[in-house]
Design a protein around this ligand. Structure first.
Ligand code: DHK
Length: 152
């Protein structure tokens, strides 16, 4: 594990990005997200721990694993955003800031996507910016945790 790292958690069905409803989620893949996050954080000398899971308990356990050691968390809990008190309760214990990300603009979609169990815990929420939202979220965590670019 890198000395300093941000945890990036992706929830159910995000492993299908690229082929899943591209009109809503675009054509970028989960691997593209991971590369973008690695490059964004790497410019500050910060690593990324990635986890994508289709299982609520695995996401909870990843929060437990990194809750004290991560500089911060970027979380797209996908459908669990709208249902999971368990993931919320885990994220309420993290030491660093939380950024919530959604690829699509959930507020322009079905009403059940308008409520998030995570937003009031988050330092910021980014929706509808495609996978760029992950980059914005990491940049924000870098600012919030007082990091500066590595000297050239
Ligand atoms: C991803 C999902 O899988 C949905 O369940 C959420 C989110 C929205 C996204 O836009 O990244 O409602």
């Amino acid at each position: 594990m890198p000395e300093k790292f941000i945890a990036v958690l992706n929830g159910p069905n995000l492993n299908l990005l690229g082929t899943r409803q591209p009109l809503i989620y675009g054509s970028d893949t989960l691997a593209d997200i991971e590369r973008l996050c690695d490059a964004t954080a790497g410019a500050y000398g910060i690593g990324i721990e990635h986890l994508q899971s289709n299982h609520e308990g695995e996401l909870v356990e990843a929060v437990h694993r990194w809750r004290e050691s991560a500089l911060g968390f970027v979380v797209n809990a996908a459908a669990y955003t709208h249902t999971s008190v368990a993931i919320r309760d885990a994220l309420a214990t993290i030491e660093g800031p939380l950024m919530e990300v959604h690829i699509s603009n959930v507020h322009a979609r079905e009403a059940f996507r308008h409520h998030s169990y995570l937003s009031d815990l988050a330092a910021g929420v980014i929706v509808g910016c495609g996978i760029e939202g992950y980059r914005f979220a990491i940049e924000r965590l870098v600012t919030l945790t007082g990091h500066r670019p590595k000297e050239a």
